[in-house]
Design a protein around this ligand. Structure first.
Ligand code: AMP
Ligand code: TRP
Length: 342
């Protein structure tokens, strides 16, 4: 008997190559889910370098960070045998589809994106680019180009995902069903937002407090120091109260996500102990989880030939799908007079 491969639903996600190291928020909010989804979805993961251009990076550091980011996806467990791993700018249909989507996105609709408003307010009128404004439309193109049904991201991407859904639904209502697949966000509540260790009401972010973040490639000594100097709340007893004790709650969330132990059990275990105990144990948990990750990343970076092969195979496989879907959508718009053989 032949076994017929059963088509699995597709998942798509991306991370920007805007730092040398990803941080614990990226890992727990997104990358961890990416790895798990490989068992049940056809997964396509991208280093979204075109998105990174919106912050005007230095060209040489962008080039290095693309590789470093891809190496970290692999080190976390993205498996290039099962999933497609590629660099966004190597598949030209992303920018092509963005143009089509630009022409069905309202100016006001894009202007309501809170991430754009926050970034624009920080930069000031003169420094804000059209690219930054268009960022969420490029993100919608990323997703729609692969007919992705599921998009694993952190909480901060919820509104962007909503825009992607709106645009997909708009294509279907304007051009008829089947023009686009309407994607769902996968935002895992327990880890949707990991907080800054120094300011536990703000999300952990590359642009936040340097000592408020844990980078995945940080030295164990640095990790221990950051966790031990994390801001905790008044009192000394370990309890789960995110509103009143956001600092302790953040530490408990991280502990639980990395060990798989439920929060209640951790709280029980720390009855009669102090914040300091939780912090030193958490430092050990984080270091134990990240040390092998750091070693694997270094191995991938030490073999540029292998990384190149993985990324070029990934781009080829991605473009195969993207080309078909782009043509399907472009045809609905009325583009493409004659089928050219290519
Ligand atoms: P970025 O680095 O902005 O490209 O984000 C990459 C992924 O990490 C996205 O899915 C974000 O939603 C997620 N992410 C970033 N910061 C956090 C955080 N502090 N907590 C949870 N998820 C996050
Ligand atoms: N905007 C996302 C972020 O900053 C990154 C991203 C780009 C993305 N394209 C995507 C995430 C498509 C999911 C799907 O985190």
């Amino acid at each position: 008997m032949f076994s017929v491969p059963i088509a699995r639903p597709r998942a798509f996600s991306g991370i920007q190559p805007t730092a040398d190291s990803l941080h614990l928020g990226n890992y727990l909010g997104a990358l961890k889910q990416w790895v798990e989804l490989q068992d049940s979805y056809d997964c396509i993961y991208s280093v979204v370098d075109l998105h990174a251009l919106t912050v005007g990076p230095d060209p040489e550091s962008l080039r290095q960070r693309v590789r470093a980011t891809a190496a970290q996806f692999l080190a976390a467990g993205v498996d290039p045998e099962r999933s497609i791993l590629f660099v966004q700018s190597e598949v030209p249909q992303h920018t092509q589809l963005t143009w089509l989507l630009n022409c069905v996105t309202g100016f006001g609709e894009a202007g309501r994106m809170t991430q754009f408003k926050d970034k624009a307010a920080k930069l000031g009128d003169q420094a804000v680019t059209v690219g930054l404004f268009d960022y969420p439309v490029l993100m919608a193109a990323d997703i729609l180009l692969y007919d992705a049904e599921l998009v694993p991201v952190g909480e901060d991407q919820r509104q962007h995902l909503e825009l992607s859904r709106t645009l997909a639904a708009r294509l279907n209502s304007r051009f008829g069903e089947g023009a686009a697949v309407v994607p769902e966000a996968l935002i895992v509540k327990a880890t949707a937002k990991i907080y800054d260790l120094q300011e536990p009401t703000a999300k952990m972010s590359k642009t936040g407090h340097p000592s408020g973040i844990i980078e995945l490639l940080d030295d164990p000594k640095v990790i221990a120091k950051r966790i031990k100097s994390a801001v905790t709340d008044s009192g000394a007893e370990v309890t789960w109260d995110p509103a009143a004790k956001p600092g302790v709650a953040n530490l408990l969330s991280i502990y639980s996500a990395l060990t798989g132990q439920p929060i209640e059990q951790i709280v029980d275990d720390y009855q009669g102990k102090l914040y300091g105990h939780l912090k030193s144990d958490l430092a050990e948990v984080v270091i134990a989880a990240l040390s092998p990750f750091r070693e694997r990343t270094a191995l991938y970076l030490a073999d540029p030939g292998q990384l190149d092969r993985i990324l070029s195979t990934g781009a080829e496989r991605a473009e195969d799908i993207a080309d078909r879907v782009y043509r399907r959508i472009a045809t609905r718009f009325g583009l493409g007079q004659a089928e050219r053989s290519r």
